[in-house]
Design a protein around this ligand. Structure first.
Ligand SMILES: Nc1nc2c(c(=O)[nH]1)N[C@H]1C(S)=C(S)[C@@H](COP(=O)(O)O)O[C@H]1N2
Ligand SMILES: [Mo]
Length: 517
């Protein structure tokens, strides 16, 4: 009996090595197919779409922008455990184990075809990977058997058998991991889309954004920059692999309750008179004090102009925007047709949109949370009614309408920081897109509310930085709470609300320590 357990680990290793070969082969081949042809990408994507919203919210809260890495790591771990189990099964029931691999392969292929942006041909990487994995499992299981002296004669052979097994397993694992890494690297570098993007010269705007006044940045050291650099701009989406879109074949279709459908290509979009606007995007999942917000200078075509050209039916009250990967957002028509700068954006801070932020075209709508407005990798606008259509997050319990709530936060000092004695510089950010910020107040411990100094105004659709010099700081533990007033004179509510279903509210408070002088 002990003998049986002693040889078990070899079968588990066989299963794991076979799984690595399967995944590596599929990943490497997926470079030649749609992004979602990689099985882990598709399964992860499907998982993201079906898990209950609270799990997703918890994941974002827990891992922030690392939620995707956490998901991949978890999936990978599950695959390895499963593979070890199948390997163990191969000890006694080799054909059952191979059957399990084939069933998993076919199941994964079905998930791949069910994803938007894939066709039947995109199952090739998964199927070829499955065959490779099954062959490797079969071969390693035989070697494992020999190594254990299972069916073979002399004990003298065992040493050779054991060496062969180890070499075979290690070899398979190394090849699998190498293919996995190479495939990943190739699919992020490949497709020439990066080169195509780099070659794009954005036209100058016909309507430039007003120049930023001096002093839009709070003078407090350690504050986030007023304009968020593209590389640091927060990223939230359901896309496990960033869609790769060739702008030369990209078309946007506008249809639904319109007099005439419109289709427009990327070059035609660039030939339009472009408008530039500074807009702070905000995620509805942002907790009080959170950093799921970013401010950029966007360049694009007003959505209004294209909707006018299409001729919107008066019965319509919503535009359902859809991305190439199937994400949808429902935006009130009013927000797209009134005077605000709602854009089909092609540029972000002077560059074509980065791939992660929607290349080649996304929507940007001042005043609305991203989930109801900011569709990246845009390909379709359907003019419709809230009564007739719903969008990705509204189907998952979030509110159909998502105006951004007035918010303010303390950025400096950081929560639980320890700061030197003397004057304490406090700084932060507040936003109320469309209305602007007219005042920010801070409260030290349980003291009086005191006016903070507002940095210069960069426009009502941008966030506003502020600062406060606290010169009476005494050593020890303190807290600071912040609240803002918007451009309409409305004071930020102290009432705490969770992000679900339509955005967090409440005053941000942090604690910090002033060191002994
Ligand atoms: N295609 C697509 N677009 C999307 C999303 C998405 O999941 N898929 N998420 C939306 C959400 S919830 C937000 S907050 C913004 C974030 O935009 P950013 O990643 O450029 O900051 O994108 C929006 N656009
Ligand atoms: Mo969001």
């Amino acid at each position: 009996m002990a003998h049986v357990f002693r040889s078990g680990w070899r079968y588990m290793l066989s299963g794991i090595a076979a799984a690595l070969v399967l995944l590596g082969t599929a990943e490497a081949l997926s470079v030649f197919f749609a992004a979602a042809s990689a099985p882990l990408v598709s399964i992860g994507g499907a998982f993201i779409d079906i898990i209950p919203p609270w799990v997703k919210d918890a994941a974002i809260a827990l891992f922030g922008i690392y939620d995707k890495i956490a998901l991949f790591a978890t999936m990978f771990l599950v695959v390895l455990i499963l593979a070890a189990g199948i390997g163990l099964l191969a000890r006694k029931h080799r054909s059952a184990a191979l059957g399990a691999v084939v069933i998993l392969g076919i199941g994964s292929s079905l998930v791949v075809v069910s994803r938007s942006g894939t066709t039947l041909i995109d199952v090739v990487p998964t199927l070829v990977g499955t065959v490779a994995g099954a062959v490797v499992l079969w071969a390693l299981a035989r070697l494992a058997q020999r190594a254990a002296g299972g069916s073979v004669e002399a004990a003298a052979d065992d040493a050779t058998g054991r060496r062969r097994f180890l070499l075979g397993t290690a070899g398979a694992a190394v090849v699998g991991v190498a293919l996995l890494v190479a495939g990943r690297a190739a699919s992020s570098a490949r497709s020439g889309i990066a080169a195509v993007r780099d070659a794009i010269r954005l036209p100058a705007p016909a309507v430039a954004a007003p120049a930023l006044p001096d002093g839009v940045s709070s003078p407090v050291p350690g504050m986030p920059p007023f304009v968020s650099p593209n590389d640091d701009f927060y990223r939230i989406d359901t896309a496990l692999s960033v869609p790769r879109i060739d702008p030369s074949t990209w078309r946007l279709r506008i249809h639904g309750l319109v007099e005439q459908e419109i289709e427009i290509g990327f070059d035609e979009l660039l030939a339009e008179d472009l408008v530039e606007a500074d807009v702070t995007l905000t995620c509805v999942s942002n907790p009080v004090g959170g950093d799921l917000a970013g401010n950029a200078r966007w360049l694009g075509v007003p959505v209004r102009r294209l909707l006018e050209r299409a001729g919107v039916d008066p019965s319509a009250d919503m535009v359902l925007s859809r991305s190439v990967d199937g994400f949808t957002a429902g935006t009130p028509i009013e927000a797209l047709t009134d005077e605000r700068n709602s854009l089909l954006a092609v540029g972000m801070n002077g560059e074509p949109l980065p791939a992660q932020h929607g290349f080649p075209v996304r929507m940007v709508v001042p005043g609305l949370y991203g989930y109801v407005s900011a569709t990246k990798w845009l390909e379709d606008l359907k003019v419709t009614r809230f009564a007739d259509d719903s969008a990705y997050w509204t189907d998952r319990g979030w509110s159909a309408e998502g105006p951004i709530k007035l918010a303010s936060r303390v950025d400096v000092p950081r929560s639980f920081a320890s700061v030197p004695a003397g004057e304490v510089m406090i700084g932060g950010t507040a936003w109320a897109q469309q209305r602007g910020i007219s005042a920010v107040e801070v409260q030290i411990d349980d003291g009086e509310w005191q006016a903070a100094t507002l940095a210069a105004d960069g426009g009502a659709d941008s966030w506003r930085q502020w600062s406060f010099a606290w010169d009476g700081a005494t050593p020890g533990r303190h807290s600071v709470t912040v609240r803002a007033t918007d451009g309409d004179g409305e004071l930020q509510t102290s009432e705490r609300a969770d992000p679900v279903p339509d955005g967090a509210s409440g005053w941000h408070r942090i604690e910090f320590t002033v060191q002994d002088g």
